[in-house]
Design a protein around this ligand. Sequence first.
Ligand code: NAD
Ligand code: UD1
Length: 352
Amino acid sequence: MVLVTGAAGYIGSHVCIALLDAGLDVVAVDNLCNSSKASLERVQSICGRTLVFRHADIRNEDVIYDALRAYGVTAVVHLAGLKAVGDSNIRPMTYYENNVLGTMRLVSAMKRANVKSLVFSSSATVYGIPNYLPLDEKHPLGPTNPYGRTKLVIEEMLKDLCGSDDGWRIGNLRYFNPVGAHESGLVGEDPIGVPSNLLPFVAQVAIGRREKLQIWGNDYATPDGTGIRDFIHVVDLASGHLSALRHLIKPGVLTVNLGTGNGSSVLEVVRTFEAVSGRSVPYEVKERRAGDVAACFADPTFAMDALGWKSTRSLQQMCADHWRWQLQNPNGYHGSELPKVRERPRHLHRRA
Ligand code: NAD
Ligand code: UD1
């Protein structure tokens, strides 16, 4: 039984699908501060299996402890967290409280329940401004915003934890830019308000919800002048968590980049999205966005060596799947009809 924190969120819902499809049982924990339970109903519908949902905050150590014990959990995938870079500049302490304190409480509950296998969602943002490309795991760390620093603090904390007790096995996954959606179009990213990330914004322009895209700068030292990122399909990313869980064999922290190794420019994304959707994506070029770097992409070699994992989905597929999700759910999960799920008897959720 695997407990997934942040399970109702964008990446969490896809991780739950990967785990359920692999035959694992899942306890999904989420406080729904940035998500809807509808995502988990759809996860169950896609997989034809049920999961256990606990509406809980990871900062509530006793509740997490009870869930770990009640369901015989053997490993945790920890995705719960606040993730908006701009917001983290405005209310940094909220980010430290939620992300850092939340992880401390989660880890305390795990220690009490003697569950010492953990996969953690870190971010490529911990690298800060690249000194060289592609970014390998040995690149110096230097996040440039409070959100990124919460991830770095947690990484360091988890290393110290492993140093103190060789019972712990921790996978520390540094995601690059997750995009796309499950091929069913039933689950995907459902940003609240105006999206700050590229793909959700492009998709909302394509469907006519927004007039045009603002491209933040076309004077970077890149072939077409726009920023380059390592976009990775969220389904590939989710399968990386399954690989990580299966490779938690040696004590200590295993830090791995989850990226494709391919950089795509903003204009390339716009053109690809137009091609797969058959819609036009009007844009205007604006000043560079503060804090952006020209290019950022992963060296994914170690992920292959350490986890036997690599991404397989192309930028075309990322855009096509993102578009299907957008078309089928123009308002995200809000106001949409939920597929019915047949419940299994409760005792089947438990595994010794
Ligand atoms: P998301 O906001 O869709 O999902 C996070 C989930 O965590 C949400 O469902 C939210 O309700 C829940 N949550 C937050 N605080 C909680 C708490 N205290 N207790 C219980 N639940 C809580 O975000 P996502 O894109 O799915 O990201 C998942 C993780 O991956 C985050 O930790 C994020 O920092 C990390 N990450 C995301 C990206 C990205 O681009 N999406 C990139 C790198 C790393
Ligand atoms: C941002 C976060 C990063 C987080 C990631 C995924 C910052 C500094 N970094 O990365 O921590 O892990 O999101 O959630 O915010 N762009 C436009 N117009 C738009 C939106 C984006 O031109 O409306 C461009 C950006 O300038 C950038 C590229 O698209 O060149 C990707 O942007 P975005 O999707 O926001 O991701 P990152 O900035 O890489």
